[in-house]
Design a protein around this ligand. Structure first.
Ligand code: SAH
Length: 341
């Protein structure tokens, strides 16, 4: 079975990559090249979406519309990496707790206050998936939480799950763009983005919106995929590194990647405070091998085959995520800060 999967994987992967290689090339190049060139402004912060951005958004919405049910069946309500102790052997049954641990580690890293006076009362979950983080964090703090996603299927499922869990009066979900959020300035004590930043074609606009909707003194948490920091004197990633990331971009509907230090520079440029970052790549290392193992079970394979091409193509590039982490080009990063009072 595994050999068969391997053979199919490489054949389909080659086809997918050949067919799609230039799908988002303009979007892919723009923001991060400008970041690397030192001009922190990606598109001048304007809410002008290019045709490439629109195509990217449509692709993201369709990708998650199609694949979220498959993911939920196998992995549950959290669509993000787990946090593990480095170099441990993990069982499938460990994964839900590792995903919860990821949320807890992120809150702790950002020193989100827990005491009843200071704990967050109003939260936004930017790129909320089917709302796993929203419901967990809302319950933890007794806070209201608004989630936004590009996928109508996800927003509906997130609201249904909230109702089923008795949280309908606390959390709600809608389709909206993270780069143009439907919220007033200064609304949220906690601004949460778990593995959505990698989808954003304009990183400056993304972090500017996170900062805009944060309340004075509010905490911003970004957990995201980055590429490695460039060495002094390096202008860009090496060609073979770019080729690897391009293949992942095409299958997962990602624009250009940027580095952790690019994010830090952007947050500095917005005069945000207490900016901290960390590389958690070692802590997520068991994740993709586990996802691949679960895709290779009977249930995994049948769900995948019943899904659609976008989901299958996503599954086929999973080995490239492992390669990217092993080669040190992909980093799993957390970046946090506070909006000045
Ligand atoms: N944070 C969730 C889901 C991560 S998957 C979790 O941890 O479970 C990435 C999510 O980002 C998807 O819900 C996708 O719709 C959302 N997303 C990507 N680009 C977006 C954008 N421009 N605006 C709003 N949501 C976006």
């Amino acid at each position: 079975m595994r050999a068969l999967y391997g053979a199919c994987t490489s054949a389909l992967l080659t086809t997918a990559v050949t067919r799609q290689s230039s799908l988002f090339s303009a979007s892919k190049q723009q923001p991060c090249q400008q970041l690397r060139g030192g001009a922190i402004s990606a598109k001048g912060g304007m809410a002008v979406a290019t045709a490439d951005d629109q195509r990217l958004k449509k692709g993201i919405a369709e990708f998650y519309d199609e694949s979220s049910g498959v993911w939920e069946n196998i992995w549950g309500e959290h669509m993000h990496h787990g946090f593990y102790d480095p170099d441990t052997v993990v069982q499938i049954s460990d994964h839900r707790s590792a995903q919860i641990r990821m949320i807890e580690q992120a809150l702790q890293f950002a020193s989100v206050p827990e005491d009843s006076q200071k704990k967050p009362k109003s939260i936004v979950d930017v790129g909320c998936g089917i709302g796993g983080s929203s419901r967990y964090i809302s319950r933890k703090y007794g806070a209201e939480c608004y989630g936004i996603t590009l996928s109508p299927v996800q927003a509906k499922r997130a609201n249904d799950l909230a109702a089923a869990q008795g949280l309908a009066n606390k959390v709600s979900f809608e389709v909206a763009d993270a780069l143009n959020q439907p919220f007033p300035d200064g609304k949220f004590d906690l601004v949460w983005s778990m593995e959505s930043g990698e989808h954003m074609p304009d990183k400056l606009k993304f972090v500017s919106e996170l900062a805009r909707v944060a309340a004075p003194g509010g905490t911003i948490i970004i957990v995201t995929w980055c590429h490695r920091d460039l060495s002094p004197g390096e202008e860009s990633l090496r060609p073979e590194e770019k080729r690897l990331l391009d293949k992942i971009c095409d299958a997962f509907y990602l624009p250009a990647w940027c580095s952790t230090s690019d994010y830090v520079k952007l947050l500095e440029s917005l005069s945000l405070q207490d900016i901290k970052s960390a590389d958690w790549s070692e802590n997520v290392a068991p994740f993709w091998p586990a996802v691949i193992r679960s895709a290779l079970t009977w249930e995994g394979l049948t769900s995948l085959l019943q899904s659609g091409w976008k989901t299958i193509r996503g599954a086929l590039v999973m080995p490239l995520m492992i390669e990217g982490f092993n080669k040190g080009v992909i980093k799993f990063s957390i970046i946090t800060c506070r909006k000045p009072e």
